[in-house]
Design a protein around this ligand. Structure first.
Ligand SMILES: [Zn+2]
Length: 389
């Protein structure tokens, strides 16, 4: 979902007249609950400053575009936590994201980096919550210690698919008019049959959803009976994605399920990150398939050797980028070693997601303890496709 944002047309666009805006509009942050919200004030100031920097003949045109952006922002509060806008004379694109973006205003070439960085920074988790009455999928994103809840999907029992929308209020799945004897046996058999269909429908529906949304982490939550039944009914592909089964009372609402499961998800995420960094650091000295440090990581990227780039989420390095061919290096040089073009000084995070995407590498950001370990080595490392001789 997030990691497959389609921005390739913007990435490859030759236009240099695009106003790119990325905002953290997270409604759970107090500064964004104020009136006007903090992001609106920030944006207005940035747009003023931008206007002042532009040559006079360009100002009039940009003023119009800025007017459209401001009208849009003031109209209503965005639904998501991150908002990206790309605007020009004949261009208007809005992306609403379930995770916050780093605030940015830029004019010129379309700047999709905040979007790509957010996609790399947040790991999506699906929580399949089941009880005897219903099944719900909660979608959450983890970035460091930030948990952004995206959506609640309810299992549609007519089509056995998870669908968006608010979960319906509690409805009894079965009638309660049971009596004695055979009738009662029949009733219990029907209840059993209903539960079996609900739980296997939930397991299969979740499997289908995970594949379609390309989400790799699943948590099952619910009372013991329901949770373990659903776990046993999971198709193999979904079972391979199962991170934990968390006991949750049957009557828990989505907020409570979210709270009870995200602690487990965070622990799992941090365990994963520590294992990744430990592996990276253990293999690097012998050149056994990994490198650490900014220079070696950029070199490996340029050689298209990198499978996974591992980055401290707060990494803050400076690099030199060729304005002609895009070659990025850690060492200052008078001109580009590839094409001889002029070099520009730029922040690492401003080029990294794009560089990774162009060279077919995925980015894994780490936080906490794992990040601290990596920081001693420049805050960056890479897992390679093949080892360097
Ligand atoms: Zn160059």
């Amino acid at each position: 979902m997030l990691s497959h944002l389609d921005v390739s047309d913007l990435l490859n666009s030759p236009r240099r007249d695009v106003l790119s805006i990325a905002l953290d509009v997270d409604p759970t942050k107090p500064e964004n609950q104020a009136e006007p919200p903090a992001y609106r004030i920030w944006l207005r100031n940035e747009l003023r400053a931008l206007l002042d920097q532009l040559p006079k003949d360009e100002r009039k045109r940009i003023k119009e575009i800025i007017g459209r952006v401001e009208a849009f922002i003031e109209q209503e509060r965005p639904q998501g936590r991150g908002l990206a806008i790309f605007a020009a004379d004949d261009l208007w694109r809005v992306h609403v994201l379930p995770v916050p973006l780093r605030n940015l205003v830029r004019f010129g070439r379309p700047d999709v980096l905040p979007l790509l960085w957010a996609a790399d920074e947040y790991e999506p988790y699906a929580v399949l919550a089941v009880n005897r009455e219903r099944a719900v999928l909660l979608i959450a994103y983890l970035g460091g210690t930030v948990v952004a809840e995206a959506d609640v999907l309810e299992l549609d029992t007519r089509h056995w698919r998870f669908k968006s929308g608010r979960p319906p209020t509690f409805t009894k799945a079965m009638g309660t008019g049971a009596s004695r004897g055979t009738e009662r046996d029949t009733f219990e058999a029907r209840v059993e049959d209903h539960l079996r269909r609900l739980w296997s429908g939930a397991a299969e529906g979740a499997d289908r959803w995970l594949q379609e949304a390309r989400v790799d982490r699943l948590i099952i939550a619910g009372p013991e009976e329901a949770a373990s039944a659903v776990r046993n009914l999971l198709p193999p592909a979904a079972r391979a994605k199962l991170v934990a089964v968390v006991p949750v009372p049957g009557e828990a609402d989505p907020d409570e399920i979210h709270r009870l499961t995200m602690r487990v998800a965070l622990d799992e995420e941090h365990r994963r990150e520590r294992a990744l960094v430990e592996d990276l650091l253990a293999r690097a000295p012998a050149g056994a398939g990994t490198v650490v440090g900014l220079g070696p990581a950029l070199d490996a990227l340029a050689r298209e050797q990198v499978i996974t780039l591992v980055v401290d989420r707060d990494v803050d390095g400076q690099v030199h980028r060729c304005t002609r061919c895009g070659f990025v290096t850690a060492d200052p040089r008078p001109s580009c070693p590839v094409c001889g073009g002029p070099q520009e000084h730029t922040g690492l995070t401003q080029v990294l997601p794009l560089l990774a995407r162009q060279n077919g590498a995925r980015v894994e950001t780490v936080s906490g303890e794992a990040a601290a370990q990596l920081r001693a080595h420049g805050g960056i490392g890479a897992i390679l496709r093949y080892s360097v001789p």
